[in-house]
Design a protein around this ligand. Structure first.
Ligand code: PLP
Length: 377
């Protein structure tokens, strides 16, 4: 097996993969309607539930061919009964995406907004649930990838359940990294795609959730033909296959990524991501960068640093300098501030971060950016 050029991706997914996962895509041609292939998907679906400690009797996973946003689309359009309302607890770009999906489908919804650098006010969430008994579904984002803020999903889920609402959580940027337990965390549905925490490739996304609620949703309005949770689940249960053509090569890669996930182990993997995140924070602090999110509210997976007030600073030029040397950094996703992000996803470790900061510092020096960086106020 020939080594493939290794890039360290510090963007929020897709993430750096191992060569064994890359090569797992190279397989003999197969028609995905063959039993050999549907057999692979059965084990895959079970593993996806096991990662978040779901009881396989009560929880299932449903696969879709698409990027991670397809999961948010599927959950919102499929799990809302007629005449009911969605509550989106929104403190960032990804929950805003959920609001846009509600708008696109014309779903009655409340966009309950909070500042992007703060956790939601639980009393206000409860008041909203109490005053709107027609809320049947509450949605939020676990790790708000736009900033790296961690939301208190366990407490939010408890509130949703107290008021009889289904709780869907966008865990795309925490699943298979930060340990999640669907029962303890009060999650009815969570979601991710293969290119993030699992360290495989784009094209495979999945929803993990309660079978009983999916079964109930068979009677809800069908608002999308391709992105309907019940239709896809029912097809899987009856045939073992995806309704339409699956992303074959990505599925082979994901199976290898799962073998590597179990071999590394939940705890050790989270310890590694935490190590990487600590190295990112230390590197940023050494250069004097300020971050958007207070340390105690950070997800431990995404750091958001503010651009310095230095006329020589240019994100694009620093990005290009690092990119040419095998390191990818990423702009932020906050409308009110100029930020860039460094993420702890992927098959990387703290030595990669130290290497990155050597290159990053060198790039800043060549541009003439003052170190430590300066801020006007
Ligand atoms: C990456 C991500 C998604 C999915 O984005 P795609 O571009 O559709 O893959 C959704 N939610 C969160 C929180 C994410 O980090």
């Amino acid at each position: 097996m020939e080594a493939i050029k290794r890039n360290v991706l510090l963007n929020p997914g897709p993430s750096t993969t191992t060569d064994t996962v890359k090569y797992a895509q190279v397989v003999p041609d197969i028609c995905p309607r063959e039993k050999d292939f549907s057999g692979l998907m059965k084990g895959l679906r079970e593993d996806l539930v096991r990662i978040v400690h779901g009881d396989p009797e009560k929880f299932t996973s449903v696969l879709f061919c698409g990027s991670g946003t397809i999961n948010i689309d599927v959950c919102l359009n499929s799990l809302l009964p007629a005449g009911k309302k969605v509550l989106v607890v929104n403190n960032g770009a990804y929950s805003t995406r959920a609001v846009e999906i509600c708008r696109a489908y014309g779903l009655p919804h409340i966009d309950l907004r909070f500042p992007v650098d703060q956790q939601p006010d639980l009393e206000l969430v409860e008041k909203t649930l109490r005053e709107n008994p027609d809320i049947a579904l509450m949605h939020t984002t676990h790790n708000e990838t736009g900033t790296g803020l961690l939301n208190p999903i366990r407490a939010l889920g408890a509130l949703a359940h107290r008021y009889g609402a289904v709780f869907t959580v966008d865990t795309t940027s925490s699943y298979a990294m930060r340990p999640i337990d669907v029962e303890k965390d009060n999650i009815d549905f969570c979601m991710a795609s293969a290119q993030k925490g699992l360290m495989a490739f784009t094209g495979l996304s999945f929803v993990v959730g309660r079978r009983a609620i999916i079964a109930q949703s068979a009677g809800y309005p069908v608002r999308s033909y391709y992105c309907n949770l019940w239709l896809q689940y029912d097809y899987f249960e009856r045939t073992g296959e995806m309704h339409f053509t699956p992303p074959v090569q990505t599925i082979y890669a994901t199976l290898q990524a799962l073998r590597e996930y179990w071999a590394e182990g939940e705890e050790a993997k989270w310890a590694r991501h935490s190590r990487v995140f600590r190295a990112i924070n230390e590197g940023l602090a050494e250069l004097g960068f300020r971050q958007v999110i207070r340390p105690e509210l950070r997800s431990g997976l995404v750091a958001s640093a503010l651009y310095p007030d230095d006329p020589h600073w240019s994100f694009e030029r620093i990005h290009d300098y690092c990119y040419e040397r095998g390191f990818t950094i990423y702009p932020g996703k906050i409308s009110s501030a100029n930020t860039f992000r460094l993420c702890a996803l992927g098959a990387i470790d703290e030595a990669d971060i130290r290497d990155f900061f050597r290159v990053f510092r060198q790039g800043m020096t060549e541009l003439g950016v003052q170190i430590p960086v300066i801020y006007k106020e």
